[in-house]
Each structure stands twice: as C-alpha cells, then as structure tokens.
Write a protein that binds this ligand. Structure first.
Ligand code: SF4
Length: 338
C-alpha cells in the first residue's frame, strides 16, 4: 500500500480539522493522513478516571507537529457507564455511547474553532461491536456530525463525507482498510514516520474484567462517584456491607496513593505492633465492621505477637481506637473480596 505524501491539493484555503487522538497507531495514522492533505489539525485527547494516561500521546503528536488539547470526561461519563443506551461490550465498556460522547465534545470544539471536520482512527470491522458499519453510522448520527465525521483509514468503504464531496479532502488519498489485521497499519507507520504509539490493547480499564466487576459493584450499591472510581485503581477491595467498603494497599506505592485519596469521614486502619498495609474504609460502619476490617488488615500484616493491634481513626480527626484482633483466615477473606 502506498500513500501520496505530498501535502494538500494546490492552493486551497487552509481548513481546520479536529482529530481524536488515543495514542494508538490508527489514530496517529489518521492524523498524519489529514495533515498531509494540507489541513490544520488539532488533536483532542480525552481523559477519564476509567482510562490510563498514555504518555505517548504528546510525544507522538509532537513528532507529527500537531497540537493536543486534553478534555476530561467526569460526571457525564459516570452517567453513561451506569446506563449506556447502546449497551456494553465484553466487559463494562460502553464503546458506542463512549464514542458518541467524545464526538459530541469534538463537535463543540469544531464549532468553537471554526473547523469543518472531525476525524477518528476507527477501522471498519476492527472491533466486534463499535466498528461495524451500522455502529459507525449510529455514532455519526448521534454525535450530530452527519457528513462531517471522517474515518480516513476506512473512508473508501464508507459513503463520501461533505469534505470529500466538496473536494477539499481528496478521497483518493484516504484508505480502504478493514478488519482486525495490523499489517497494513504497521507498514504505513514506517512510511509515515510514526514511531511512538501504544499497543492496540490500550489503556481503557473498562475492558478489564476485574476492574469492570469492581465498577459494577459501585453501580449496584449506588456508589458510582469520581472519588470511588479513582480508588478502584489501587489496593484490594472488600465489600463488608452494602454501605461499607474496605481498600487495603498491596505495597508502598499503593499505600501512598490510598492515603492521598482519603476524604473526610473515611476510616483509616494502621497496624501498630508490626508491619502491614494502610487500609481505607468508606461508608457507614459499626463495631462489627471495624473489627472485621482490622482482621483483614491483620491478615496482610506481619506482627510478632499472637494478636495484631490495629489503630482505627476517622480522617482527619486525631482521635484513635486500638483494636486487638487475630488475622482473618483466607477462606473467610474470600467472602468479602470484590
Ligand atoms: S474501549 Fe473504552 S475508551 Fe475505547 S471506546 Fe470503548 S469504552 Fe471508550
């Protein structure tokens, strides 16, 4: 496959296009292709508590000479996760609704910037649900970008967009990729000089079965909030009652992260007569859950005596209580683990 690398078709006014940049190879190829057609390109990089930040986005965009704007999706993304109109993928990933939301935001930027086009790195048939031709069409319609949403990698399989019809995007220079193979993209990466890109697995935690399970637990207990979702990234999670969860650090880094995420009213459990993790309790608690939490913390601690002494306090108060407990047995631990 070969792409004409000459920029723009002669002498047109420079138009602006807004791209969605994930840091994956397909999105970089899409940006390179549109830039090489002579358009001014602005990349949008979306962030949410459900995605890991991709360090290659800024570097790769810089290599292509494309400015990046970051957009954080917070509360509105939470409502989407709880009840996606088009359902979930294999795990709790609401891909169609997720793309519609990002593209609605991209449309707002397009209008504010006086741009005329939004484009993505989607490839027809690459993903089981969100990249079939019906879903590409649904995403285009629901985002309000009818005729102004271009998928440069698969454009020749799709109806021409307004920019192609008007001739300021050359359809012949767009691609006809489809399916799951990465061969053509890897060859294009070489040809277009794209070196910094992430693997297709990506950083969406909602495609991870265990993370999805923990998120579902929050939804089921009406506790889906940004604070609670951010906490899902760290530690072992235990649900002791519908109202109360315990999160136990697995190492020094997780202990620090958990401490940094304490909010007023959270319970903090700290081993006193030995070495062990930090644990955060969130929600309403009784003496029973306090002791059970201390037993769980003791299970992950090392202490020289028969019983562990675990300090409990309510953040940020200094008052503390000391609980003497035996560690919980592993078979009992599993009853509470999420
Ligand atoms: S994989 Fe995650 S980030 Fe990508 S479209 Fe699906 S939900 Fe959105």
């Amino acid at each position: 496959m070969s792409v004409n690398l000459c920029p723009g078709e002669g002498g047109q006014t420079k138009r602006k296009a807004i791209g969605l940049l994930s840091g994956g190879l397909d999105s970089f190829i899409a940006h390179a292709l549109i830039k090489r057609q002579g358009l001014e390109v602005v990349a949008l990089y979306f962030l949410s508590p459900f995605w890991k930040r991709n360090p290659l986005v800024l570097q790769g965009a810089n290599d292509l000479g494309i400015p990046v704007r970051e957009i954080f999706l917070g509360e509105e993304y939470l409502s989407l996760i709880a009840k996606p109109k088009y359902g979930y993928g294999k795990n709790l990933n609401p891909c169609i609704d997720c793309k519609i939301l990002m593209l609605k935001k991209a449309k707002e930027v397009m209008e504010a910037e006086g741009a005329s086009l939004v484009f993505t790195g989607e490839v027809l048939g690459q993903r089981p649900k969100s990249q079939l031709s019906w879903s590409l069409r649904v995403i285009e319609k629901e985002s309000g970008l009818d005729g102004r949403l271009l998928r440069p990698l698969s454009a020749q399989h799709l109806p021409p967009t307004i920019p192609e019809q008007e001739g300021w995007i050359n359809r012949d220079q767009l691609l006809a990729l489809s399916g799951r193979s990465r061969k053509a993209q890897l060859a294009l990466a070489e040809q277009l000089g794209i070196k910094n890109f992430s693997s297709p697995a990506g950083g969406c935690l909602l495609t991870d079965a265990h993370f999805s399970y923990k998120t579902k637990d929050l939804i089921d207990h009406q506790q889906l909030s940004l604070d609670n979702v951010i906490l899902l990234r760290w530690g072992r999670h235990f649900r002791l009652t519908p109202e109360f969860k315990l999160i136990v650090g697995r190492n020094q880094k997780e202990n620090q992260e958990i401490l940094s995420l304490l909010r007023p009213g959270d319970f903090l459990f700290l081993p006193q007569n030995g070495k062990g993790p930090v644990a955060l309790g969130r929600g309403a608690i009784s003496e029973t859950e306090a002791r059970l939490s201390a037993q769980i913390v003791a299970r992950y601690s090392r202490f020289p005596e028969e019983k562990a002494r675990i300090e409990v306090k309510v953040y940020p108060k200094e008052d503390k209580k000391l609980l003497e407990v035996k560690p919980l047995k592993d078979e009992d631990l599993e009853k509470w683990r999420i």
